[in-house]
Ligand binder design. Structure first.
Ligand SMILES: NC(=O)c1ccc[n+]([C@@H]2O[C@H](COP(=O)([O-])OP(=O)(O)OC[C@H]3O[C@@H](n4cnc5c(N)ncnc54)[C@H](OP(=O)(O)O)[C@@H]3O)[C@@H](O)[C@H]2O)c1
Length: 232
């Protein structure tokens, strides 16, 4: 399977790239600066050779994404999975009275418009049999469990969950699935050192969902990394 992952240079994106490579897939690793790969990504390239294909992908840059899509399309390439993983967590724990709304704009630009830009230009290539669109979401985007904080992040993830529902209906027509996946609280730059979960463990679960070894139950397309339903 050809698997494209945004934000593949560190955190969950990097671990998912490593997991998918170990399972024999071809990984298009979306990076803002492919000319400056992290040491971890370089090590993966040494280990897996051409099956790791770094591609320039800044989710805020629609022209760049369109260019990537045109290049892949010109090469007759197909994708089996797109993982919208890149995200930011800004203005953390800021009360609404002190919230600078510029953070709403910058967070929406990455966490919601980013996956929208990727879908707009790359979904036409998601044509391998059994294909999957995975939007990495968060329990923070649950309406049921809403908490008063992290406004830009939580609102962006709630909106992303709706986008997933919408796109799942489009993709169903071609036998592909779309899922919003809560990856768990992970030890990454975003999750911090106190987090319980190794991001590789989350990556294993997400790879199982991509390969459809684990099927998400019917209902809303919001699940955790083990495919268990999340409260919308
Ligand atoms: N960590 C957690 O506990 C947790 C919990 C729930 C959900 N999540 C979700 O899981 C996903 C991965 O999180 P993480 O913990 O791995 O985060 P992270 O360690 O902060 O990494 C964020 C990734 O996003 C990339 N990125 C940011 N802006 C970008 C842009 N404009 N274009 C392309 N890439 C961009 C970063 O690339 P650069 O290296 O170029 O900055 C980096 O690869 C996110 O969607 C996050 O919301 C995480």
């Amino acid at each position: 399977m050809n698997i494209l992952i945004t934000g593949a240079g560190r955190g969950l994106g990097l671990e998912l790239a490593a997991e998918c490579l170990e399972r024999g897939h071809h990984v298009l690793a979306g990076l803002r600066r492919p000319e400056q790969p992290s040491p971890e990504l370089r090590a993966l390239a040494d280990q897996h050779g051409e099956r790791l294909e770094p591609v320039r992908l800044d989710v805020a840059d629609e022209a760049g994404i369109a260019e990537l899509a045109a290049r892949l399309s010109g090469q007759g390439r197909q994708l089996g999975a797109i993982v919208n993983n890149a995200a930011v967590l800004e203005a953390r724990q800021t009360p609404i009275e002190r919230l600078d709304l510029a953070f709403m704009e910058s967070t929406m630009d990455i966490n919601l418009y980013g996956p929208m830009r990727v879908a707009k230009h790359l979904l036409p290539l998601l044509t391998e049999p059994g294909a999957a669109l995975i939007n990495i979401s968060s329990e923070a985007g649950s309406l049921t469990n809403a908490y008063p904080g992290d406004y830009p992040y939580t609102l962006s993830k709630a909106a992303l969950n709706l986008l997933t529902e919408q796109l799942s209906r489009v993709l169903a027509e071609r036998g592909a699935i779309a899922l919003s996946v809560h990856p768990g609280w992970m030890r990454t730059d975003m999750g911090g050192e106190q987090a319980r979960l190794d991001p590789r463990e989350s990556a294993r679960g997400i790879a199982d969902l991509i390969e459809r070894r684990v099927e998400a139950p019917p209902g809303f397309r919001f699940v955790d990394y083990l495919g268990r339903p999340m409260a919308i």
